[in-house]
Each structure stands twice: as structure tokens, then as C-alpha cells.
Design a protein around this ligand. Structure first.
Ligand code: ZN
Length: 431
């Protein structure tokens, strides 16, 4: 994959004429939601660049009536996203614990040992593969963002700085590497050439190997109004129905699925080669049936989503306007990608939030893209003693309310924006 500005322009021109589905190439005509224009959500602005122009791209999400893939065109190349990636997975305590449970479980279920190879795609800072080390299972991380890959290498997790697809899969096979387990957590959404990526997975998997993929479930996105999880870096939003079609296109099959609470509600799907010994579990047919009865194979389920997101925007703004009119002070907690979709879509700037805080030191002293809210260390909340704290990574709200329960000493309350505005009093809250 070599993107050049000229290629990107040509691609945008093509999209204007006729968008085609990233997975099945059918023409796509239905809007899922149009969130307007916003800058890339991971482009945190350093103080010296505050006066510069930012590039805004459309966040107009479409849905395919053939395979039901909810999708954004790739206005931004993966190179642009990944050269310096601000997200270090290890900063989320609960996510690292989730990864450890997964590794212990997968090693036991699939009998992984010293002769096995586990490959993780988008292995970030080694937050997951590190847990295979005490089990004696060899691993290889694939991570295109050099800065987070270096953090993995520093902690002894072998990591290749590259993009994954058919090309890299062939290179690894030529080096004698094939995987007993391929892990892809929250990477599928960020792959512009989905078919190349999945074809690479199919190649790299041993004949009886297993692939597990985790991704936010589009059913939950729709049911719980999670429009803020849409951003430019997330090109695709999946149901199990769509994953099943995707697997079949590449000689793979889904043999198990689990529902997880992570990222507002995710699926973990287990794939293997279609001719392998794995037999699909009842969970697979059960969830496929639930998706049908829940309307995920009907266009109206998708096309009616935008009205609910518009309502959530009005609710949040009404709350913030009322609070400011009463003279209350408000700050944010967290500066995640999804926070920036919400802030830009609702046009919430320093007129509402004095600042936000984040545990990731990379973001300290920088400003959120578009709305330019200053990002400070978490301790800034203790100093400012705001009346309300708007939790932007609402999927971690229980963890955050627990960690920050001391704000009750000055009577502060938390506000969760999604699925609709909810105020949490830490003095009363039992996580
Ligand atoms: Zn399609």
C-alpha cells in the first residue's frame, strides 16, 4: 500500500461518482449518519500549531444493502493515522486486564505451547502479547505505528513495524512463520483494504490454526446510540452477519462468538479455515438469528439511526447550556478519539469545558483537534474543583468514577453523554 496525495485525490473523485462497498463492491446509496466535517480525531494539536489551519474531512457514514457493512470512505490514509499514534493501550488498566484473561483462556483452549506461534495484528505497545511470555508461547507483533511498536520492543515483545496484508503474510510464510493463533483486537475497523487484510489472515493461519477478532458490535452502536464511536480512523462497523459473509469470501468460517462489554459492547469472533476441524457452536447461529430478528438485515434499522443521534446532541447541549447559565464549571475526563467526534459534532469548546484531562502523558499540553480544549494531567481536576466532569470515554465510566471518587469531597458530579445525558453522583454511586 503506497498512498500519495494524488492517489487520494483520485480516490475522492471516484467516491463522488459512485461509492462501492469496501467488502462486497456493491454500489452503496444509503446514509447511516452524516456527522458533518471534523478533523482526524487523533491529531492532538501542540501549542505552536494552534494558529494553523486544520484539515477537516466528512464523517458521512453509509451502509451497504448487500452485506450490511456500515462504512466510511478512507479520506485519510493509514500512513497518516499511524506514523505517530497517540494511543498506548497500556494506559487503560481494565484493557490490559482484559488482554491477560484472553491470553490465559486462549492458551488453555487451543493448547498453545513453546512450539506454537501467536501473531497479533496491530499489537500496539505489547499490552496483550506480553501475557504470553510467562506461558512460554512465542509471539510476533505486527504494528505500523513506530512509536508504540518501540514501546513493545523495549519490553521484550518481538514486533515488526509494518502494515498487514497479503504481501506481509507471504513474506512471513517465506520466513517459515505460520500462526497457530492470529489475534486482531480493534484493528478490523481501521483496515481500508478489508479483503487484502482478511486474505492475508487466511494465508498466515495454519490449516488447524485459529483467528480471533474483536470489534465493536454495530448492534450495540445502533441500540445504544453510540454515534461518537464513529471517526475517520474507523472505516468499518460490523455485525456478525457481515463478518460471516466476509469469512466465507476468504475460505474461512466463524466457529464461535462471544459478547464482551469492552468498547461499549464488542464481539470476539473465532475463525478457522473452512476445511478445518472446527464445528460452529450454537452461539454463532443464536447470534445470527438475533441479528435478523433485531432488524440488522433491514435497511430501515440503519437509516433511522441518525434521528436518535440528533436527539442525543440536543440533550447534551441543553444540559451544558443550563449548567453554564447557573454559573457551574465543567471539565472533561479523557481525550479519546470518540470524545473528539462528540465535541466536534456538538460544537463543544472551551465555552463549555474549561479543560479535559488524560492519563496519557503524550497528550498533556496539547489541545483536542477542532475544538482546541486543553488537555492536562488528571491532577488538574483536584486543583480546579469543577462542579461537573463530563466523561468522554463513557465505556470506562465505572473505572473512572471509582478512581476519581474523591471528587465527592467538593460535591462534583460526573456526566455521561451516551446513550443520553446521565448525571452520576460519586457520593451515591456503587460501581
Ligand atoms: Zn457490501
Amino acid at each position: 500500500m503506497n498512498f500519495h496525495p494524488a492517489d487520494m485525490r483520485r480516490q475522492d473523485a471516484d467516491i463522488e461518482h459512485e461509492r462501492r462497498c469496501r467488502l462486497c463492491a456493491a454500489p452503496i446509496r444509503h446514509t447511516f449518519i452524516d456527522l458533518g466535517m471534523s478533523p482526524p480525531c487523533e491529531n492532538f494539536i501542540s501549542p505552536d500549531r494552534l494558529g494553523n489551519m486544520e484539515t477537516y474531512y466528512p464523517l458521512h457514514v453509509m451502509v451497504c444493502e448487500e452485506c450490511f457493512l456500515v462504512q466510511l470512505p478512507e479520506h485519510i490514509s493509514p500512513q497518516e493515522i499511524f506514523t505517530e499514534y497517540a494511543y498506548f493501550s497500556s494506559y487503560s488498566t481494565s484493557w490490559v486486564a482484559h488482554a491477560k484473561r484472553y491470553c490465559d483462556h486462549a492458551a488453555a483452549r487451543f493448547g498453545l505451547g513453546q512450539d506454537s506461534l501467536v501473531v497479533e495484528l496491530a499489537s500496539n505497545d505489547g499490552y496483550l502479547l506480553q501475557h504470553f511470555q510467562p506461558l512460554g508461547v512465542p509471539t510476533l507483533g505486527i504494528e505500523p505505528a513506530a512509536n508504540v511498536a518501540q514501546a513493545a520492543i523495549a519490553k521484550g515483545v518481538p514486533t515488526r513495524i509494518d502494515f498487514f496484508g497479503v504481501r506481509l503474510a507471504r513474506e512471513l510464510i517465506a520466513e517459515g512463520k505460520q500462526a497457530d493463533l492470529i489475534v486482531g483486537n480493534n484493528v478490523l475497523a481501521q483496515v481500508p483494504d478489508l479483503n487484502d487484510f482478511v486474505a492475508g489472515i487466511a494465508l498466515l493461519t495454519k490449516p488447524q490454526g485459529v483467528v480471533t477478532l474483536e470489534f465493536p458490535h454495530v448492534e450495540r452502536l445502533i441500540d445504544e446510540n453510540q454515534f461518537d464511536t464513529i471517526y475517520h480512523e474507523h472505516f468499518s462497523y460490523f455485525s456478525l452477519t457481515t463478518i460471516d459473509m466476509m469469512a466465507a469470501r476468504h475460505g474461512l468460517k466463524v466457529f464461535d462468538v462471544e459478547e464482551l462489554p469492552t468498547h461499549g459492547g464488542s464481539l470476539r469472533v473465532y475463525l478457522a479455515r473452512a476445511d478445518s476441524n472446527y464445528r460452529p457452536s450454537p452461539a454463532v447461529s443464536g447470534l445470527l438469528e438475533r441479528e435478523v430478528s433485531g432488524g440488522l438485515k433491514e435497511m430501515t434499522t440503519y437509516t433511522s439511526f441518525a434521528d436518535r443521534a440528533h436527539g442525543a446532541k440536543r440533550d447534551l447541549l441543553s444540559f451544558l447550556i443550563a449548567a453554564k447559565n447557573e454559573g457551574k464549571t465543567i471539565c472533561g475526563y479523557g481525550a479519546p478519539g470518540k470524545g473528539n467526534t462528540l465535541l466536534n459534532y456538538c460544537a463543544i469548546g472551551t465555552d463549555f469545558l474549561d479543560f479535559t484531562v488524560d492519563r496519557n502523558p503524550y497528550k498533556h499540553g496539547r489541545f483536542t483537534p477542532g475544538m482546541h480544549i486543553p488537555i492536562k494531567p488528571v491532577e488538574a481536576i483536584q486543583e480546579a474543583k469543577p462542579d461537573y466532569i463530563l466523561i468522554l470515554p463513557w465505556n470506562l465510566k465505572d473505572e473512572i468514577v471509582k478512581q476519581m471518587s474523591h471528587v465527592a469531597t467538593w460535591g462534583a458530579k460526573f456526566v455521561v453523554p451516551i446513550p443520553f445525558v446521565k448525571v452520576i453522583d460519586p457520593a451515591e454511586h456503587q460501581p
